[in-house]
Design a protein around this ligand. Structure first.
Ligand SMILES: [Zn+2]
Length: 158
């Protein structure tokens, strides 16, 4: 088994089917349709909230709060369903930083994350800024889809 062929090509998947840089409005419908999701009024409203502010990382609770503020009446359960549908359709990426906190990332391109512990703050590290040295051989019959790196931060201790 070759040991140094593990060369995690950061450009391994060029999944540029994402909504990068879409403005809210009519094209949210197009985006949903081209991802195989029916553009229901609710999905369109939530997509406009999600993608109308540039790239960001939102928890279900945050999206729920924003929906309320925007007069979009949806339950938290619906928010969860919608976020998972969007994720499965490739419109969002799930970023799990610890057991309890999941963020949904509107940037589906290859990249990694800084996480400020205690502050629940997540921000992007460009994919090219992380070099992965050595990866384990995947188990028989499996292949590596992606490697997510979370770099944990805290304020400097005196
Ligand atoms: Zn991100």
């Amino acid at each position: 088994m070759s040991t140094d062929s593990a060369h995690p090509d950061t450009a391994a998947h060029h999944g540029h089917h994402g909504p990068s840089r879409r403005k809210a409005g009519g094209c949210v419908k197009t985006m949903l349709r081209s991802s195989g999701l029916r553009p229901t009024r609710q999905r369109v409203a939530l997509a406009e909230i999600l993608y109308g502010h540039g790239h960001r990382h939102l928890s279900a609770e945050q999206l729920h709060d924003e929906a309320q503020a925007a007069d979009v009446p949806v339950s938290l359960a619906t928010i969860y369903n919608t976020l998972h549908q969007f994720t499965e359709a490739g419109l969002l990426r799930e970023v799990a930083v610890d057991g309890t906190k999941t963020y949904f990332d509107t940037n589906v391109d290859d990249h990694h994350h800084f996480y400020v512990e205690g502050a629940n703050e997540v921000f992007d590290i460009p994919g090219t800024a992380v070099t992965l040295g050595k990866l384990p051989e995947p188990p028989e019959g499996m292949e590596i889809v992606r490697v997510d790196v979370v770099v944990r931060l805290r304020p400097k201790q005196a």
